[in-house]
Design a protein around this ligand. Structure first.
Ligand code: ATP
Length: 640
């Protein structure tokens, strides 16, 4: 409290014009907080996290930069490993769009606003690393009581701006501590590291965006020219500057003898205005020559080492890969076994080949069958029949219908059976193993001859149906026991698809999130999972598969209070086997044994997310750069 009062008094003194020992950048920011942002130091405000929908928009807008910055963030995070630093990448509005922090402190970090979605604009939060960096365009440390708002005075935040190739501030890289030593100089190394990382991100961004132009990289020392240049520019074929890193803009101004604060942007100007060279000199500055000989001179006489990179041909567009049809794409979040099923199902959907789906009860056989039908382009209906649920003596007429007056009690006009009502569409025969033996040969005729004879009828009627059957029995075993016809088995088993049980799915958490969202919406009761409930669900082994999960989620949504599902809202899982936690989705990539499988897995996720790289990366538990890299390696390209 005393500390807070003292802090407020200090701000008041600075306002009244008293000299301050604070850095000028801090003093100027405090003045802006009062005069421009109308903030009151006596009214502390909690960290603000933008709603999910807004965060998604911010992330989408920064998607390219996030992808490029990710490896820089990861390298920096490794450099400061074990020192409790948190890394934030904020967009130009101050919203944290990427984040790396120690999972052990997530709750504290979230509370302190060092978290994905936190907004650190100066107008909302007062003097702070990210916000004040956005206003000034300068790298800085806002250490403890440099913060304007007393809520944030425990933090130490060091931020560096990232500029786009046209010189606009596009993001801020911030490295923060929840607790830090008192002297501000303790953060000097952090300031150096974050500034160097921001520079490298700008370089990577320029290289990514301008690779089809000449790129000229600079360094003051020949040793670092090829490995870690200081700055870079892109030039068109006539030698005009198309883009620069921030460092290059400053360097060019210096070389041209111009006060960069007063000079207009170098974009669009000929390189010869700043350096004693023109476009014809570029081929002499490529890697073919020793580094020490690649010297260029500024108009002010200064010397720089330069490395010219020739325009890279834009890779000819490969034929776009086949995208999974929407209904099939939605079935998984990238589980490899599911992906293999989805790829096969998509290919089979448009054929007349019968499909046999294996899978434990509740694993989604009917849902898959319907998705295949919905992707088949067939105009007729999807008709599902559970062979185990219909009494044996009724199944024949249910399936095949009956002719007029075929038997006592039959209608005078006759009745269409389920097979005929599926004409032009799909017949889904669930629990096909329970089909009475005598009927199996009739079904075989429908499949083989594409015609059916109703009960009591003589003339066969042509039918056009796609047959999908499902079983959780081992049909081979039933054949061996003489309970299932071998010929029918081979017909049905032309294209087997095996659904993995839920406990083996690596996309469990994706499915869980989706189901909670869906079921809560259906029930009209907003609900989200607490961490403890999520863990309990992950640990359960789900003998009833997705059906059991749906039921558990429905119950939890109905019981939960304050829109948060707690473990006490879940069914009692006490009786189930203790299972190891579901492996994380990020293991997908590690496990994929073959390139083809890996390609399939990635393709399914991309298709399921409408080729949204951020979302695909989130589902796979990897960063966007990795997704881009894998796409390149696996030759996957977004359709158009
Ligand atoms: N991919 C999925 N996404 C969301 N819900 C699903 C998915 N797959 C299945 N479900 C849900 O799980 C439940 C069981 O699915 P389905 O009836 O398809 O399983 P099944 O394997 O055919 O079961 P059974 O063997 O008992 O016939 C249904 O409520 C279904 O809506």
């Amino acid at each position: 409290m005393a500390g807070e009062r003292e802090h407020i008094r200090e701000i008041e003194q600075v306002l009244s014009g008293a000299r301050s020992a604070r850095d000028d950048i801090v003093v100027q920011s405090w003045l802006r907080c009062i005069d421009t942002h109308r903030l009151d130091p006596a009214r502390p405000t909690e960290a603000y996290i933008v709603p999910d929908t807004q965060l998604r928009e911010h992330r989408e807008q920064s998607e390219r930069l996030i992808a490029i910055a990710r490896s820089g963030l990861e390298t920096l995070f490794k450099q400061v490993a074990g020192q409790n630093y948190v890394l934030l990448l904020a967009d130009a509005k101050g919203v944290t769009v990427d984040f790396l922090g120690d999972p052990l402190f997530m709750d504290q970090l979230r509370k302190a606003g060092l978290y994905l979605g936190s907004e650190w604009s100066e107008s909302r939060t007062g003097t702070c690393g990210v916000g004040s960096c956005i206003v000034t365009g300068e790298a800085m440390t806002i250490h403890q009581t440099d913060h304007f708002d007393t809520t944030h005075t425990p933090l130490s935040c060091t931020a560096a701006p990232i500029f786009d190739t046209k010189g606009e501030l596009t993001a801020v890289l911030d490295i923060s501590l929840l607790r830090s030593p008192q002297p501000k100089v303790s953060q000097n190394l952090a300031l150096h590291l974050v500034t160097a990382s921001a520079r490298r991100i700008e370089l990577a961004n320029l290289m990514a965006q301008m690779h089809s132009e000449w790129v000229l990289r600079f360094s003051r020392s020949p040793e670092f020219l090829d490995v870690d240049p200081e700055a870079a520019i892109a030039l068109d074929a006539s030698g005009r500057i198309l883009g620069t890193t921030r460092g290059a803009a400053l360097l060019l101004a210096q070389a041209g003898g111009i006060d960069w604060r007063l000079s207009p942007s170098p974009i669009g100007q000929p390189i010869s205005r700043f350096l004693d060279m023109d476009v014809d000199d570029l081929p002499n500055l490529t890697r073919g020559r020793p580094t020490e000989e690649r010297l260029v001179f500024g108009r002010n006489g200064s010397a720089l080492f330069a490395h010219a990179i020739e325009p890279q041909p834009t890779s000819g567009r490969r034929a776009p890969v086949e995208v999974l049809p929407g209904p099939i794409a939605e079935l998984s979040g990238g589980d490899p076994a599911m992906t293999a099923v989805q790829m096969r199902a998509a290919k089979l959907a448009r054929t007349a080949i019968p499909i046999l789906i294996h899978g434990e009860t509740g694993s989604g056989k009917e849902v898959l069958a319907r998705a295949i039908h919905d992707s088949s382009g067939r105009a007729g209906p999807f008709v599902a029949i559970n062979c185990a649920a219909i009494p044996e003596h009724l199944i024949e007429s249910e399936l095949f219908g009956h002719a007029a007056g075929a038997f006592t009690g039959a209608t005078a006009k006759g009745r269409k059976g389920l097979i005929e009502s599926a004409d032009g569409g799909t017949l889904f025969l669930d629990e096909i193993g329970d089909m009475p033996y005598a009927l199996q040969s009739r079904l075989l005729r429908v499949i083989a001859e594409r015609e059916l004879v109703p009960v009591g009828g003589i003339a066969p009627r042509p039918v056009d149906i796609k047959i999908i059957s499902a079983s959780h029995h081992d049909l081979r075993q039933l054949v061996a026991e003489g309970r299932f016809r071998e010929d029918l088995f081979y017909r049905l088993n032309a294209a087997p698809l095996t659904l993995p049980p839920l406990r083996e799915r690596t996309d469990f958490e994706w499915l869980l999130e989706r189901l909670v969202g869906e079921r809560a919406r259906l029930a009209g009761r907003p609900a989200k999972l607490s961490a403890a409930a999520r863990l309990a669900l992950i640990r359960h082994d789900w003998p009833g598969n997705i059906r059991e999960l749906v039921n558990a989620v429905d119950l939890a949504v109905a019981l939960c209070e304050d829109e948060t599902i707690q473990p006490s809202d879940l069914p009692d899982f006490g009786a189930s086997r203790a299972a190891p936690p579901a492996p994380s989705a990020s293991l997908v990539a590690l496990r994929a044994p073959s390139l083809e499988e890996e390609r399939g897995a990635l393709l399914a996720v991309l298709a399921a997310t409408g080729w949204n790289i951020s979302e695909a990366a989130r589902r796979l538990g990897v960063d966007r750069t990795t997704v881009h890299r894998r796409m390149k390696r696996l030759r996957l390209e977004a359709p158009n």
